[in-house]
Design a protein around this ligand. Structure first.
Ligand SMILES: [Zn+2]
Ligand SMILES: [Zn+2]
Length: 181
């Protein structure tokens, strides 16, 4: 629990020392286990594995401007061969946390600085999900799986099947008969 009585989140950074002091700045570097759901549908930072948050907080007249990077090892599955894929990621983020008193108008879409704290969690969730590859690949030229037996083609280059399917074989026979007729 912090001073406001909420459960402390590692993504919430106290900024009271910067509030109302334009030009002042502070950097923070944190490492902590990733919460659940820091991912897109296909790839993400696994829950419980450490991630690093590097943040620079700068006091500006409208609020606190936060920029930084979140990094960790993203894991997923190759979209072609289903092998595990893991790759280091370092994703940039930036957001202005506006003082509630400086909020331009009711319908303007701004993120507010609440309780003099910068809550990076929604921002980090968004940028991580967007940064994940749409179709992860174990390698850019992954040949995928054999459509007939499902083995990885990269492990068996030139691999073929003589007879694919009884019905197809029967069709082949039909065509042959036609041609011969
Ligand atoms: Zn693959
Ligand atoms: Zn095969």
């Amino acid at each position: 629990m912090n001073r406001t009585g909420k459960t402390a989140s590692p993504f919430v950074i106290e900024a009271i020392d910067l509030v109302g002091r334009p030009g002042s700045q502070r950097t923070v570097e944190l490492e902590f286990p990733a919460p659940a759901g820091l991912s897109s549908d296909v790839m993400g930072l696994p829950e419980g594995e450490n991630i690093t948050l590097e943040v620079s907080l700068e006091s500006v007249s409208e609020g606190i401007y936060a920029t930084g990077h979140v990094s960790g090892t993203a894991v997923g599955e190759c979209s072609r061969c289903l092998d595990p894929v893991s790759k280091p990621v370092r994703v940039r983020f930036d957001e202005l946390y506006t003082y509630p008193a400086k909020k331009p108008s009711a319908d303007e879409d701004v993120v507010l600085l609440e309780d003099d704290e910068v809550n990076l969690e929604p921002l980090v969730r968004d940028v991580v999900a967007l940064a994940m590859p749409y179709q992860p690949l174990c390698s850019t030229d992954c040949a995928g799986l054999c459509g007939q037996c499902g083995i990885r083609m990269d492990e068996n280059p030139g691999h073929e099947h003589e007879v694919i399917d009884d019905r197809f074989a029967a069709l082949k026979g039909l065509f042959k008969d036609d041609q011969e007729a």
